[in-house]
Design a protein around this ligand. Structure first.
Ligand code: EPZ
Length: 415
């Protein structure tokens, strides 16, 4: 179990290199399975979730080579096998191999995916779409078995624009006879990146950026080279850290177009933001409270930025009200922020944050990827020493987190 020792109270100042997006590279790695070929994926983040995805590909008989941010995958020799439960349980994105396995082999058996505990995380929308394509799916709450060697075109109207369900159904649709129309599809930039990758492989997919996608099945696919988009949630985390510590950061290789809802909140909170393609500069004195901050599917305020922004608002001037509408239990970082002196009243999906002048260092335990990042942000802005444990959560999604923060003046060390 890892831990970060942090001495807070210093403004973050300097430049941060934003890496490839975790939530884009994971579905893209799963997608390499759909068609046997050679793939070179550039700008891959060096995080443990990518290690897990590569382990899954190797278990399925693929050849994988990695040199820092470049990954080469050869999926020609892939064979149908069941993904071991211990790998499935490591991350939610493992479920994305379901659609890829079904498209390649006509069958798939995956266990209920793991990943951050954010409340209920069912896969009923994934199953809904697969069944409409003609797959036979049996789910006993632990294991999902799907079979479908003759999938067909259909229209799937998703009750909720689920990111994972949209990604899985795009992959499965590639094997359908005819066209699959996804209505109320997720519009997150990571979906656009997956579609960009698949079109580079020869797929015929229309509607990128909209909530209606048209996927033509049975297109001739082939290997390709592709560069992953920048990680907007890594960028949001460092923006929140700059605001919380009243510092100034230059985010390089960031894509401001993907972060308008977050940038708007920070500007309304008094931050000076300069943005151009590939770069975001943020400078902040004491934040002013912003209310309400309501999470929503893209291009609303992203749920993954909720915890980091709450950590920053904990020392803002005034009262911020947060509402988490995407996940049922995504306020699990609040007790740790309160342990540092934050004045937060949380119930159900709402949190009322009354800014205090200063937080105080404390020993806290990371609850999940973004909640743990929020605790680090709070510790960086706090007076005194903090210890944040269970840092394996943060290692899942932030490349060189400690080194990057140290390079901007943070007093942080891995224990
Ligand atoms: C993806 O998770 C991301 N993970 C999450 O990022 C992100 O928070 C989430 O999308 C929302 O943007 C990856 O891309 C690997 P959903 P996913 O399906 O696909 C409900 C991070 O920190 N739902 O859009 O699991 C679900 O319970 C992670 O990087 C169903 O009810 O998100 C939730 O309440 C955390 N039935 C809501 O939809 C389903 O079949 C959103 O889930 C599927 C989802």
């Amino acid at each position: 179990m890892g831990a970060y020792q942090i001495i807070g109270g210093r403004p973050l100042e300097g430049a941060v290199q934003i890496h490839g997006a975790k939530n884009s590279v994971l579905p893209i790695l799963a997608a390499t399975l759909v068609c046997g070929g050679q793939y070179t994926i550039n700008n891959c983040p060096e995080i443990s979730d990518v290690d897990t995805a590569l382990d899954i590909l190797r278990r399925l008989g693929c050849k994988v080579q990695r040199s820092s941010s470049q990954i080469r995958v050869d999926t020609v020799a892939a064979e149908y096998r069941e993904i071991p439960e211990e790998l499935m349980r490591k991350m939610r994105a493992a479920i994305l191999f379901l659609g890829a396995l079904l498209a390649r082999f006509g069958e798939a058996r995956v266990s209920a995916p793991g990943g951050c505990a954010l409340g209920e995380r069912p896969i009923d929308l994934h199953v809904l779409g697969l069944r409409l394509m003609g797959a036979e799916c049996e789910y006993d709450g632990e294991t999902l078995r799907c079979a479908g060697k003759n999938l067909h075109g259909c229209t799937v109207a998703l009750p909720f624009p689920s990111v994972g369900a949209t990604e899985n159904l795009i992959l499965a649709a590639l094997a359908c006879e005819g066209e699959v129309t996804l209505c109320n599809a997720a519009k997150e930039p990571e979906i656009g990146d997956l579609i960009g990758f698949l079109r580079a492989c020869g797929a015929r997919i229309e509607g990128t950026g909209s909530s209606v996608l048209h996927i033509s099945g049975k297109a001739a696919l082939h290997g390709t080279d592709y560069t992953v988009m920048p990680d907007r949630m890594e960028a949001a985390t460092y923006l929140a850290a700059a605001a919380a510590t009243r510092g100034r950061l230059v985010l390089q290789s960031a894509e401001p177009a993907h972060l308008q809802a977050v940038l708007s909140v920070l500007e309304r909170g008094g931050c000076e933001i300069a943005q151009r393609p590939g770069e975001i500069i943020v400078r902040c004195d004491r934040l002013q409270a912003v209310s309400p901050i309501v999470t929503a599917p893209y291009d609303g305020f992203p749920t993954d930025a909720q915890a980091p922004l709450m950590a920053a608002m904990a020392t803002a001037e005034g009262v911020s009200i947060f509402e988490e509408t995407v996940f049922s239990d995504r306020l699990r970082h609040v007790p740790a922020l309160r342990a540092m002196g934050a004045n937060i009243l949380a119930t159900g999906r709402h949190a009322v944050v009354t800014g205090v002048k200063r937080l105080n260092g404390a020993t806290v335990e990371a609850t999940d990827l973004r909640g743990g990042a929020a605790m680090v942000i709070a510790a960086l802005s706090a007076e005194g020493e903090s210890l944040v444990t269970k840092t394996e959560h943060m290692e899942r999604g932030y490349t060189s987190f400690v080194q990057t923060l140290r390079s901007c003046g943070a007093q942080i060390a891995r224990q």
